[in-house]
Design a protein around this ligand. Sequence first.
Ligand SMILES: O=C(O)CN(Cc1ccccc1)C(=O)c1nc(-c2ccccc2)[nH]c1C(=O)O
Length: 159
Amino acid sequence: MSNSRKVPYYYDTQSGQSVWDPPEELTQEQLHALPGAKQYLLGEGGKPAQVRASHLLVKHSGSRRPSSWKEPKITRSKEEAIEILQGYAAEISGSTEKFKELASVHSDCSSHANNGDLGWFGPGQMQKPFQEATYALEVGQISDIVSTDSGVHLILRTG
Ligand SMILES: O=C(O)CN(Cc1ccccc1)C(=O)c1nc(-c2ccccc2)[nH]c1C(=O)O
């Protein structure tokens, strides 16, 4: 793992070269076994795989846009938002159904109307912390609390 770029790099034992791109000829099994590869799962032909996720967003006064369908002006502190989200996480306790129910009622994201579903996305489409947390999840797994410029999130990976 590169400390500066926080992404895996690959050392070719034959040439002694360090490269950023994974060696193409890896089988999926070999690729999955690479350290840190979970974040950059490659689909067929080495293209970054798309993932699908739902999320529950709680915005706070430091959010880039502190307003939502629920509240025109969001004034809660980030600490308060985290406490609220911890309460939801305890209520959800790993249940996909409960996650979707709470996201639809409580999420400050417009995706609440879709039980928090964001659809499929690939690398570079979501804010970095959100992308990295999602790629590190197994399908069906719920993240710890993730912070982005939009607020604090719980993420459920669905695809
Ligand atoms: O960040 C902003 O400047 C304002 N936004 C707009 C926005 C809306 C969709 C995606 C990204 C950003 C949000 O605050 C926001 N972020 C999200 C978001 C963040 C991470 C993943 C998915 C959605 N949803 C919303 C929303 O209002 O509905």
